[in-house]
Design a protein around this ligand. Structure first.
Ligand code: PEP
Ligand code: MG
Length: 325
């Protein structure tokens, strides 16, 4: 079965009625990228850069980061690489960067908030990413955006980084697309406004589900309440996708829900064709896509959107998978 799945690596992800999906890889290292490419990933939909910063004694230099970004971009070839800026805090800590203990770390000092508060560290990362953009198809993604001001401030630092590189005569791609992670309910509520400010959206369902339902994604005691199929989540997904479509910007999904086969009808119904997931999921999800009809999926998802509870929605999605393939 594993060998059979491997044969799908070079096959396009299309439904039985010819709807084309694009499956990209979530990676944290060059090693991850190699595995993702082996399993047929169409580019990198999420490069979690925090792993460059972990397990060491100080912040990585611009040069060190550039070297890794460049290798990843070159290995990926024509396809795009979405590089997410540093997303520490919450459950991810750096030994050499002291952060105060917080009562609610997940609602605290993390991700873009840390970058905007430490602009030299942020600018160093952006310079390294910009330099790598001269070697391939790079996109920048800001994590945990909750306001327009954050995007604007981050873009100001990006502008400074570009000016510094220009002054030094170092090449970079000037029209590098900049996107926002949609993983905080506030970002969903202002998705129409954010869509005017960025070039693309990437939905982070892991955090979005946690914040929408106020259910800590790490707390086992309430794990049974972590419902990606809660109607509140489904509505947030729809609102985000509609804002992106209205503004004509691309949208993709990079949280765990992207690799949950049960969710495929929802993405197809909403018109989301770009999914990014861990390498281990790529072939399994592709196999499922090859065996479903988009027309049926749309009908089923439309029905799910009329249901009132997570368990009803999930039961419908499970039933559909059970009768398929
Ligand atoms: C997410 O929140 O869905 C996401 C992709 O980011 P991370 O899991 O790294 O927080
Ligand atoms: Mg997240």
């Amino acid at each position: 079965r594993k060998e059979q799945l491997q044969l799908l690596a070079s096959v396009d992800a299309v439904t039985k009625d010819n709807v084309r999906m694009r499956l990209a890889g979530n990676i944290s290292s060059i090693k991850d990228l190699e595995i993702a490419l082996k399993y047929g990933a169409e580019g990198v939909g999420l490069f979690r850069t925090e792993f460059l910063y972990m397990d060491r004694l100080s912040f990585p230099s611009e040069e060190e980061q550039f070297e890794i970004y460049r290798q990843i971009v070159e290995k990926t070839g024509e396809q795009s690489v979405v590089i997410r800026t540093l997303d520490i805090g919450g459950d991810k800590q750096l030994e050499y960067f002291s952060m105060q203990d917080e009562d609610n770390p997940v609602l605290g000092f993390r991700a873009i908030r840390i970058s905007l508060d430490n602009q030299e560290i942020f600018k160093t990362q952006l310079m390294a990413i910009l330099r790598a953009s001269a070697y391939g198809n790079v996109k920048i993604l800001y994590p945990m955006i909750s306001s327009l001001e954050e995007v604007r401030k981050a873009n100001e630092v990006l502008q400074e980084a570009k000016q510094e590189l220009t002054a030094k005569g170092i090449p970079y791609s000037d029209n590098i697309p900049v996107g926002a992670m949609i993983e905080v309910p506030a970002a969903v509520a202002i998705a129409d406004l954010l869509a005017q400010e960025v070039d693309f959206f990437s939905i982070g369902t892991n955090d979005l589900v946690q914040y929408v339902l106020a259910v800590d994604r790490m707390n086992e005691k309430i794990a049974h309440m972590y419902h990606p199929y809660h109607p509140a989540v489904l509505r947030m997904l729809r609102q985000t996708v509609m804002a992106a479509k209205e503004a004509g910007i691309p949208i993709s999904v990079c949280g765990e829900l992207a690799s949950d086969e049960k969710a495929l009808p929802i993405w197809i119904y909403l018109g989301v064709s770009d999914l990014s997931m861990s390498s281990q999921s790529l072939l399994r999800v592709k196999h499922r896509i090859l065996n479903i009809y988009a027309s049926e999926s749309r009908e089923l998802a439309a029905h799910c959107y009329r249901l009132s509870t997570s368990s009803e929605v999930e039961a419908e999605l499970v039933r559909y998978l059970g009768t398929e393939t």
